[in-house]
Design a protein around this ligand. Structure first.
Ligand code: ADE
Length: 222
């Protein structure tokens, strides 16, 4: 899979791409991620990428030209173009699974004061990562990238994400490690029993209990 990210703040991605699972996936060539500075595509002599909005009342608005040219340059037959915006469709784990099967994603990071409405015509879909407003789409594009890359074959063991929260609309069951007793808090006995059928049952019940307590809305979807 290839992911191209269009942003006016490319340096924001340095840490994200150089640590942990994303770093390993890049090293193993399981994914290629390119961060493009939108400014590079500006035909303006001062390399401007934004300007005042027509009609007033608005701050700076991202101009269409650099983003259209960037997408023209990067897009292929296999590309899905995604615009990051709080007005987009709420992002869900099921969408992460869908996107992890794509060959090429182009993520366009919007700007908190807005982007020219015509930029919307470039997008195959618009995604919001939640009902709050970020200063730009950069963090949203990292959220999408992170959640998609971990689902690519070979990045983490399939076993790790089959059991994820939200699969089957259930939250994950609790997990424990050593020590068995920590400050008086005990690991549930059944997990030490080696009895796999009982362990599976315990986990299924805990998953259901947790979802009922914390996210009853998910159970309704089941
Ligand atoms: N840009 C600003 N806020 C956002 C959000 N909640 N989701 C996606 N992109 C955004």
């Amino acid at each position: 899979m290839k992911i191209d990210i269009l942003t006016i703040f490319p340096k924001m991605f340095d840490g994200f791409l150089s640590e942990s699972i994303i770093k390993r996936a890049l090293e193993k060539n399981l994914v290629e991620i390119n961060v493009h500075d939108i400014r590079k595509y500006s035909t303006d002599k001062h390399k401007r990428v934004d300007d005042y909005g027509f009609g007033g009342g608005q701050g700076m608005v991202l101009m269409p030209q650099p983003i259209f040219d960037a997408v023209d340059d990067i897009k292929t037959m296999d590309s899905k173009v995604i615009l990051m915006t709080p007005q987009g469709k709420p992002y869900k784990q099921s969408k992460a699974y869908d996107l992890s099967k794509e060959k090429h994603l182009i993520l366009i990071c919007g700007h908190y004061e807005g982007f020219d409405e015509r930029i919307r015509t470039l997008a195959d879909m618009e995604i919001s990562i939640g009902d709050y407003v970020l200063t730009g789409g950069e963090l949203a594009s990292m959220v999408i990238t992170d959640s998609v890359v971990r689902l690519i074959d070979g990045v983490i063991t399939t076993d790790s994400h089959i059991k994820d929260s939200f699969n089957d609309n259930l939250l994950d069951y609790p997990v424990y490690t050593k020590p068995v007793n920590f400050r008086g808090m005990e690991v549930p006995e059944v997990l030490l029993s080696g009895h796999h059928k009982n362990i599976d049952e315990f986990r299924k019940n805990e998953s259901l209990k947790r979802t009922k307590e914390r996210r009853p809305d998910l159970l309704e979807k089941r």
